[in-house]
Design a protein around this ligand. Sequence first.
Ligand SMILES: *[C@@H]1O[C@H](CO)[C@@H](O)[C@H](O)[C@H]1NC(C)=O
Ligand SMILES: *[C@@H]1O[C@H](CO)[C@@H](O)[C@H](O)[C@H]1NC(C)=O
Ligand SMILES: *[C@@H]1O[C@H](CO)[C@@H](O)[C@H](O)[C@H]1NC(C)=O
Ligand SMILES: *[C@@H]1O[C@H](CO)[C@@H](O)[C@H](O)[C@H]1NC(C)=O
Ligand SMILES: *[C@@H]1O[C@H](CO)[C@@H](O)[C@H](O)[C@H]1NC(C)=O
Length: 504
Amino acid sequence: MLARSRFILLLLFGVVLAILSYSLQYLQLVPVSPAGGERSGGKNRKRLNPVLLTAPPEPDPVAESYHYCNLPNRTQHSWEGHSPVNHKLLSIHVMIRHGDRYPLYSIPMTKRPAIDCTLSPKKNPSHPLLSSFINHMSQSGRAHWDASLSSLPRLPNHSTCEMGELTQTGVVQHLRNGAVMHQAYFSSQQVASSVVSQGQLWLESTGKSRTLQSALALLYGLLPDFSWPRLSVRQQWNTLFCGAACDCPARNRYLELEQRRQYHQRAADTELDQTYVAMAAALGVTPRVLRASNPVDALLCHLCHNLAFPCAAGARGNASCLTLQHLAVIRRQQGEDERARRAAGLYHRYAVLAAHPYLNTTAARMERATRAARQPFVFMASAHDITMAPLLSALGLEEAGFPSFAARLVFELWRGPEDKRAKERGRGSDRGPGERKKVEPAFFVRVLYDGEDLTFKTSFCRAHDRHGDTPMCPLGKFLSFVRKDIFRVINATSYQQACHARVL
Ligand SMILES: *[C@@H]1O[C@H](CO)[C@@H](O)[C@H](O)[C@H]1NC(C)=O
Ligand SMILES: *[C@@H]1O[C@H](CO)[C@@H](O)[C@H](O)[C@H]1NC(C)=O
Ligand SMILES: *[C@@H]1O[C@H](CO)[C@@H](O)[C@H](O)[C@H]1NC(C)=O
Ligand SMILES: *[C@@H]1O[C@H](CO)[C@@H](O)[C@H](O)[C@H]1NC(C)=O
Ligand SMILES: *[C@@H]1O[C@H](CO)[C@@H](O)[C@H](O)[C@H]1NC(C)=O
């Protein structure tokens, strides 16, 4: 009884708070400078997130699945290449997820989806660059290839797709990515044409044909007819792009703990359980066999390619078919799992350690680019969902959601105006040699995901006052985040320490 009335009291209190903060946010009742003396100084002021009275709209698992498909007929937006005047772009560091691919698993007792993985400009979806891209790939031997990658096919080319093979949709997705980036970076004078025509291109890929082919498509969209001898292609042996720093026991431990959490959450979902039972019954297999085949991967492929959902081979009638409703239940649970994962924080700790080597390498390349003139302009990493998701989490961008096919994450390095010195010299009469203090140019980073500017949502620049003197995010914030602050969440100060700490 007591507990119950206390609960109701709390509830009422919550509603009052919610109304207050809602009206404060939206009716602008918050005074610009705090007048009352109840809180001294502005230090304690935090920006409140509005607490909405109505529940947020239920996420729609089918709409989210289409978003995951990332069909190449959606209009794309791109905020890449934007800066205040007089800033110079020094380099871009791109990580992509490969484009649309054939499933990695097949559903037992069903026919595999009928998709043709050969490329043809006459097939849908197509792209104006597709036929010249196909031609350009035939000269790829002139690039500098890691021996291990040189044997991979440069184009998908099977009339019945192989498991995991990139489809024409996947190629078109990345041609489009490259084309919007081309427009953003090279259509104005932001990038000197010498950089475009002579700069080196640096490409790292995992050993899968779909990542290599995706990267080549993006590169071609970005720089049509790029010169092959300028391109260096390196293989990353680990999907985390961790190079020589892959040994990290604590990372594996956090992943285990997260997987255990995930398992319990899944097992507690009765609707999911019943759905697997129904699906298994339709196909005439056991639920265990069905679950092991990871049917969501193949069902998403049917959805993305607008194919009828699979039915048990030789069956008559709809009772032995899988349905959109089945997929919706699985995706609904996955969405909930993603939200619970964020709340639990285990995945974020895993992500910090998983993403650190790539971030550290990127930070080092940026720092080098601030000093040396002749550096590659484009650094490209072509990877998987399991590479991209930790990177987003480590940067504090979990809200971006699970990476769609052909997702792209771009870091831009900018140099601020150099004319400060000249201005100062011109202004004053005190022009003695002692006064000619060298003003270091300032450097800035931007972070974009699928064309959207998320710089000020990242952990390292969330608190930056972009309406103050510097409307861009200083490179120094990114560097100190990567080298130290990123480890705070695991109570460590370095990668080595964090990786070898005991995780209970
Ligand atoms: C894109 O194509 C899909 C499937 O062909 C279709 O359902 C959708 O309406 C199209 N979207 C746009 C914006 O044209
Ligand atoms: C694709 O394969 C066919 C034969 O299997 C071959 O004739 C054709 O040249 C290949 N196309 C490309 C672009 O590699
Ligand atoms: C199967 O479902 C389709 C689409 O929902 C419907 O048009 C068709 O009549 C159904 N067939 C049977 C045998 O129920
Ligand atoms: C980070 O990069 C720097 C510069 O390349 C390197 O010296 C350092 O060892 C790297 N740190 C880790 C933990 O990999
Ligand atoms: C963080 O590390 C310090 C020193 O290693 C230790 O004393 C402290 O208990 C740790 N805190 C947590 C929450 O793990």
